[in-house]
Every structure is written in C-alpha cells, then in structure tokens.
Design a protein around this ligand. Structure first.
Ligand SMILES: *Cc1c(COP(=O)(O)O)cnc(C)c1O
Length: 382
C-alpha cells in the first residue's frame, strides 16, 4: 500500500468550473472571485471577506491595516508555520515568540501576558491543527492591554469555539486555501473582519493600492482612470482559483464530517495505546481536524520520532512534521528572536508527527495506518 500524506479532494465539479472561467476569457480577479468572497462571508457569517492569493498575504495586510509598523512587537506562538512571523518582519516589527501548551500545541496564554510590553501591538493566535485557541481568554488580555487580535486560521476552516464559528472573535481572521488545507483553491487565502474601513483598505492594498479594480476598469461600465493613495501589493487572487473555491465550499460540510470520522477512528485506536501521549482537543472546541498529531512517549520506546517516521515511510505511509519551531531557524537565532523558555515546544517537537487525514482517505487506508502504528509501537517498547 502507498498512502500519500495529502491528496486534495478534486472532482469534475472543480475541473468544469475552472474550464468555464478559462473559456470566459476573463481569467484574473473578477465576478467569480466576488462570488467566492460572498459565499465564504456568508458561510463563516462575517461582515466582510477579502480574497487574496495566500493566507500569508492576508496576515501581512491584516497587520498593515491595524497599523503595525517599525519598532512594534507582535506576539506569535513558537509552533507555527514561518509565515505567521515572517509577515511581522516584513513590516519592520518584531515577532515575539512564546511557548505553547503541551496538550493542545496552542499558544500558552500565561506566556502571552508575561511577554506584553509597551511596544506590543497585536497577538496572532494560531488555531493549530484546526483547534481554536481559548479566544475568551485572549480577548480579555487584548482588551486589558489594548491589543489587536489577528487570527491565523490557516488550519481552522471550519472550526467552532464555544458554539461560535471560528473568526467571530478578534479583529481580523485569516484563512489559507493552500493545497494541503481543509479546502483549497490551489493557492489562496481570505481575510475576514467586521471593520469596513480595514476591509476597504485591504481590497485596495491587494492590487497595488489602485482605488478601482481592474474588473471595473475594463468592463463596459468602467473607466480607465484611477488613483493611488498608498503603494499596495500584488496580492489579488484570480477567478481560476476562486472557481475551485466556490466548488470546494459547496462540499465543505461533508469533507469536514469525513475528517471528524477519521479522527474518531484514530482516537479510538490510539487513546489507550501505550507508547503515545494523546493529542487533546478541549471539550468546548470543534476542530476542523486539518492535522492529526501523533505524540510518541519516547521514555517508553526504543525508537525516536525520525526513525518512527522512516519505518512508516518504508511500508508506504507518508507522514509529516508540523512544525519546525520558529526559534530553530537561523534568521530568528541570529537576530535575537529566540528568547528561550520553549520547554513545551521542544517537548512537542521532539515527539510529534502528523498522520494522513483527508476526506479521500479510505477506511482500508485508515485501518492500515492504525495497524502499522500499533505494531511499530509494540515492537519498539522499551
Ligand atoms: C499554511 C499556513 C500559513 C500560510 O498559508 P499560505 O496560504 O500558504 O500563505 C500560515 N499559517 C499557518 C499556521 C499555516 O499552516
């Protein structure tokens, strides 16, 4: 058996939607993108949704419109994809990297408070694996210290926190449609917010700062004239990508249910298994189950994380690691951004891997993974 770490769920619906866009002759951002924004906005129940070419672009523009600038500090968790902190650096600000909790891999809220200074402008909670951070606590801190909250929900579509949809709390929330994420447009992202001024500014900044988008300029009602108030970026998405997004959104609930089903099978098999520490999703959260973290009890095993992954690979099961902690990268080390005190993140990084979990994974494949993981653990018991 050969089981890929990820396979996107793409059917004729996406293929046909894309070919319609290509045949229309309007391939870049236009009506299809506006349709995707409207459907996404309504799905997550947000006042404004701005489609972009990545979640990285969304995070960058979010920090820009709340006013993050040189000399400011933004608090980020140690266990995330580099994009979360890189965008802070793009604005000349300093990412303040803080430790996570062992059980959930989410930012440790006590450590947030310890790291707030008079330069702190924002917190970026990362909803790791699709589990929401404790937003009530984060919003309390934000209010107390006058900080903005920019959610990195790259993993978390859809997800719930205390019966609220992800993105309903905080100032701006950013989603990813990269190919491995829970829905995909190939590459893509979305920012949602209830602030209409920020929404307008992000729309302008996504296309060079031009105060009129190309669709309006080139359509019959449009005019060729435009102005630029501030230099923007080339962060727009295209109708080709958005056509995929519209189709993926139609199936999102079914795809989510399938992920939950697989996670349940893994939980049933692994929770009582010796050699593992269960990954905890708190009772008041509904995870998107973008990732299924497996955590090895190294003290009870004769094998380390890397050899465990290699064994799986040799029998056809691809796994991955999410993530290399930010403080291990040369740039962050060289620039004094690895402050230390990352005991929990080190603990998690040493023993975690991510198992395949995606809607098109077959039951027989899930069973095979469970079987093999169990066998390797038993054989390597100390
Ligand atoms: C994937 C990911 C991103 C970046 O998403 P892109 O759409 O590829 O820019 C940001 N943060 C986290 C936590 C991610 O996993």
């Amino acid at each position: 058996m050969k089981i890929q770490f990820h396979r996107a769920s793409i059917s004729d619906d996406e293929v046909n939607a894309v070919s319609d866009v290509i045949r229309s002759g309007w391939l870049t951002m236009g009506l299809k993108t506006f349709e995707f924004e409207e459907k996404f906005r309504s799905y997550v129940n947000a006042p404004h949704a701005i489609a972009l070419n990545s979640c990285t672009a969304a995070l960058h523009l979010a920090l820009k419109v709340i006013g993050v600038k040189e000399g400011d500090e933004v608090i980020v968790p140690a266990m995330t994809f580099a994009a979360t902190a890189n965008v802070v650096l793009h604005l000349g600000a300093r990412p303040v990297i803080v430790d996570i909790e062992r059980d959930t891999h989410l930012i440790d809220i006590k450590k947030i408070e310890e790291n707030i200074t008079d330069k702190t402008r924002a917190i970026i909670p990362v909803h790791y694996s699709g589990q929401s951070c404790d937003m009530d606590e984060i919003m309390k801190l934000a209010k107390l210290y006058g900080l903005y909250v920019i959610g990195d929900a790259a993993h978390a579509l859809p997800a719930g926190y205390r019966h609220k949809m992800i993105g309903s709390m905080g100032d701006i929330t950013c989603f990813s449609f990269y190919v491995t994420k829970t829905i995909t447009t190939g590459e893509g992202g979305m920012a949602i917010t209830s602030n209409s001024e920020w929404a307008d500014r992000m729309r302008t900044l996504r296309l060079h700062g031009i105060n009129r988008d190309a669709w309006k300029r080139y359509s019959f009602e449009g005019t060729w004239q435009y102005d630029i108030d501030e230099p923007g970026y080339k962060y727009n998405t295209t109708d080709i990508n958005s056509a995929i997004g519209v189709e993926q959104l139609k199936k999102i609930e079914g795809m989510w249910q399938r992920r939950i089903e697989i996670a349940q099978k893994y939980n049933d098999a692994f929770f009582s298994l010796e050699g593992l520490f269960p990954y905890v999703v708190k009772g008041d959260r509904e995870s998107s189950w973008h990732l299924y973290p497996l955590r090895l009890n190294l003290e009870g095993l004769k094998i380390d994380r890397d050899s465990f992954m290699n064994e799986l690979k040799e029998i056809g099961i691809s796994t991955s690691v999410h993530f290399i902690p930010l403080y291990k990268f040369s740039y962050y080390l060289k620039n004094g951004l690895a402050a230390g005190g990352y005991g929990n993140c080190d603990w998690v990084f040493e023993r975690s891997l991510s198992l395949p979990i995606y809607p098109d994974l077959e039951d027989s494949e899930v069973d095979y993974i469970i079987d093999r993981v169990t066998e390797i653990l038993k054989r390597n018991k100390r």
